[in-house]
Each structure stands twice: as C-alpha cells, then as structure tokens.
Design a protein around this ligand. Structure first.
Ligand code: RIB
Ligand code: CA
Length: 315
C-alpha cells in the first residue's frame, strides 16, 4: 500500500524534483503540497509549486500556501542559489494549476484528522509551517506517522559555517519539531551531498526526450552552475528528493538513532543541528539521522518518476 504523504516545500530546484518524485513514484500517495517562504518569498515558492505541477501534469494534488516568514527572525531568501525567481533556468508556461484558499497549516490539519491512517510529513524547506501545525493543532501529532525532513547536518553548514539553510532559516521552528515527540528522520547535508546530479544523471533526463525530462535537465544545469560558482562542486547535490526517497524505500537511505538538538543561542552557531552520534551527552534519542545514500536506486527512482509523469499530458 502506498504511504500517504504531504510535501511541505520552498521550490527551489531540488524541491521541484522532490515534488516530481513524490507524485510520480507508486510507493507514496501525495495527498497535498504545501509551500513556505525559504529559498524565495512565499509568493514565489507558491508560484513555483504551481509551475512544477503544471508542467508535470500533477493536477489532482491540492497546493496550499503557508507562512510568509520565520517564527522569530526575518526572512532571508537564497537568490544566490536558486535565482531571483527561485526556479531559474527553464522557461515555464503560465501555470494552470491553482492554489486552494486554505492556509497550509489548516489544510494539513484537515487532511491529518480526516485521513483513515496516519500521514507522513516530508518538509523540504524551513520548518515554519510544521512548527505552527504542531503548536496550533496539538491533536495533529497523533495523526502524523513521522516527519521525514531535509535539513540540518551532522557536519558543517551551507548557510553559515555551522548551519544548514532550512534549519538556519527558522531555528525556533526546527527546535519545536525536534522537541515535539513525533518520530523525526533528519536527512541532512551529510547525506544529501551524496546525491550529486552528475552529467550522466542530466543525460538520463535528456534521453527521456520529453518536455518534462528537458525541464529537469535545465533545472539541474542551472543548479550545477550555482554549486560550481558558490562551492566549487563538480555536480549539484539534489537535497530534497533524498527525504522523499527515504519514505519510498527506507533501504535507499541508511539511518541511525541519535539525539538532535538545535542551537538557538550560539553567537557563531545559531541554527546548527547538534547530532550526538556517539551518545556523549546522555540525551535521549529523538530522531533517526540519515548517513548513507544508495545512489543507484535513488537515481533510478528519480528518473522513473519523471518518466511516468512525463508520459502524462501536461495541461
Ligand atoms: O540546504 C539545502 C536546503 O535548502 C534545500 O531544501 C534547498 O531547497 C534549500 O531549501
Ligand atoms: Ca527546499
């Protein structure tokens, strides 16, 4: 039976591929897409979610916009990484898929309390919407199967030397999630940097010879230019689909139990995830932490999802 999931995202190039993986892989049932400010403003991340769903022919999944800014600190977008649109590279047609009127948090709550079985939340942006859901609707926690998030790192950061973008963007929200008592799986930079979209991967999307395959190749080509310029990467890490892959087939993403806390007060380390992989602190396990990605099956699943979506007529 497919696992029911909700993707909460800030598209974003890698969020775009995560949406496609979630919609195109039969192992999961994408119940909703919710958007949050992060890589870009909420208006832009929501427009980008609509664009992705339009070109991928994802017309039966509700899209709801969420929070416009982090819980406490100011919004700081990633123009340098994803471009002014948040999804630079391809030219997108005018979106034909719209948003629903409900706030993301209300849509998540309605789905969680109405669905016959617990639902897995897959946040791939700042955790603002998820934190607000847990705070505003405490009854929702019992209806969440688990939270499998892209964020944090067992090592260095990518927004500051210590902090990864999604957690650093809203540390208070991340702290609420890791302290919530809900089963959390953290897919941090240490594992997502194994998901390198090499030239061979891009060629697999181009070889599909479909509009959607070409759009994916163009997204990855832009992303590659960013990662080369900013970090000297030979290929861009496709962060967000790793979290979706963990739900699709847990054997693709190997995890260990650990305690994770979010640094809120460090003068130089605010937003860092402090991951106790060796039980130094005695703090209880509160998360599964991803360490290793099986890249073969990961890319096979990613390409297969785009293949199946690409076969659909885009509206
Ligand atoms: O640090 C990588 C994360 O930040 C990804 O989710 C990317 O989309 C950005 O949101
Ligand atoms: Ca993201």
């Amino acid at each position: 039976m497919p696992v029911p999931i909700i993707v909460d995202c800030d598209p974003g190039h890698d969020d775009a591929l995560a949406i496609m993986l979630a919609a195109g892989d039969p192992a999961v049932d994408l119940l909703a897409i919710t958007t949050v400010a992060g890589n870009q403003t909420l208006a832009k991340t929501t427009l980008n979610a609509r664009r992705v769903c339009t070109v991928a022919g994802i017309t039966d999944v509700p899209i709801a916009a969420g929070c416009t800014k982090p819980l406490v600190q100011a919004l700081s977008v990633a123009d340098d990484v994803h471009g002014p649109s948040g999804l630079d590279g391809p030219r997108f047609p005018e979106p034909t898929v719209d948003v629903v009127a409900e706030h993301a948090v209300d849509l998540m709550h309605r789905i969680l309390t109405g669905h016959p079985e617990p639902v897995t939340l897959v946040p791939t942006g700042p955790l603002t919407n998820i934190a607000l859901l847990l705070t505003r609707h405490p009854d929702a926690a019992s209806r969440i199967r688990e939270i499998v998030l892209m964020g944090g790192s067992t090592e260095r950061g990518n927004r500051t030397p210590a902090a990864e973008f999604n957690v650093q963007a809203d540390p208070e929200a991340a702290d609420i999630v890791f302290r919530s008592g809900v089963q959390v799986t953290m897919c941090g930079l240490n594992v997502t940097h194994q998901a390198l979209a090499t030239a061979d991967v891009v060629a697999r999307f181009e070889a599909l010879d479909t509009d959607l395959g070409r759009i994916c190749a163009e997204l990855l080509t832009f992303f590659a230019s960013t990662y080369r310029r900013l970090w000297g990467f030979r290929a861009p890490p496709l962060h967000d689909p790793v979290a979706v892959a963990r739900v699709i087939d847990p054997t693709i993403v190997h995890c260990v139990d650990a305690n994770v806390v979010v640094e809120l007060n460090g003068r130089y380390t605010r937003g860092a995830t402090v991951v106790d992989l060796h039980q130094y602190t005695g703090r209880p396990v509160n998360a599964q932490v991803a360490l290793t990605l099986d890249t073969g099956p990961f890319w096979d699943r990613m390409v297969a999802a785009v293949t199946s979506l690409g076969a659909r007529p885009s509206r």
